[in-house]
Design a protein around this ligand. Structure first.
Ligand code: ZN
Length: 284
């Protein structure tokens, strides 16, 4: 396997859906993705259910997962309480998310950036599980506009004990920026949204800059049809199609992921953002 693809659909995808799916259905999505040989799946989010009702009952989701050895199951935490719940639930990896700007940190995690940095350091120091830290709005912020790459580089350096992922949370990055920031920070991972149709170009730019970890969501889940600005992740199956076509091994069963996207389309009752699940893979 040349790169690791992490499917964040059960978390980043479903948390942006207008309605909450039952925990059993969310666990079924995780199980189907693992059966398709996804090496990593972000299975749940340990946030307050009143803040994000779509992610309620994270413990029930984790309980209903049929563990497979080849898959690493991660979860999202935004504070120490979430981290403690995640560890107690028995997941394999912690994904702590920290914003590159103070405004986004206050809106998304209800804490200042300084507090979030202290929490990240504490989790890295304390955790027996491997830790990923995702720097959200690393390229652009809905409240503060363009983000200074120097600020992101400083944050990434501070997080040296963790696996760092740079996130284009609102889908505004350009390939040149992605390449430059990855080269500057040496971060191994990217989390890309296809909001303005630059997501796959950005993925290729990241690959060229040495990225080895790519977040994506099955079907491109996360693009909410009822929201004025759809913000879907790049689609897992579209990314696999592109990577494998470029000679990069993912170890994932593309046809099986396509089948999961088709299943999701039925579950959600609408067409998803991804294109490869509709067009089909082409063996050429
Ligand atoms: Zn995201």
């Amino acid at each position: 396997m040349d790169v690791t693809v992490c499917d964040v659909g059960p978390r980043d995808g479903l948390q942006n859906e207008p309605g909450a799916l039952p925990a059993e259905t969310r666990a079924e999505l995780v199980n189907r993705l693992a059966a398709a040989r996804l090496p990593r799946i972000e299975a749940a989010s340990f946030v307050r259910p009143d803040a994000v009702p779509q992610m309620a009952d994270a413990e029930v989701v984790v309980e209903a997962i049929e563990r497979r050895d080849a898959t690493e199951y991660s979860g999202l935490a935004l504070n120490l309480k979430g981290y403690e719940r995640l560890v107690a639930a028995g997941l394999d990896r912690v994904n702590f998310t920290l914003a590159a700007t103070d405004s986004f940190s206050r809106r998304n995690a209800n804490q200042s950036l300084a507090e979030a940095r202290a929490t990240a350091a504490e989790i890295i120091r304390r955790s027996e599980l491997p830790v990923t830290v995702t720097i959200s709005v690393a390229f652009g912020c809905p409240f503060e506009g363009k983000v200074d790459p120097g600020v992101v580089a400083e944050l990434a350096a501070e997080l040296a004990g963790a696996e760092v992922v740079l996130a284009d949370t609102i889908g505004v990055a350009m390939p040149g920026q992605v390449r430059a920031l990855l080269e500057r920070t040496r971060a191994p991972g990217v989390h890309l949204h296809n909001t303005r149709n630059t997501g796959y170009a950005n993925a290729l730019a990241a690959l060229g800059a040495g990225a080895t970890l790519f977040d994506a969501s099955c079907g491109g889940l996360g693009g909410c049809p009822f929201a004025p600005r759809a913000t879907g992740n790049i689609a897992t199956e579209d990314l696999i199609y592109l990577l494998e076509g470029e000679g990069v091994a993912t170890g994932i069963d593309l046809d099986a992921v396509i089948a999961v996207a088709a299943w999701l389309e039925d579950v959600l009752g609408r067409r998803l953002e991804g294109q490869v699940y509709r067009a089909g893979a082409w063996a050429g």
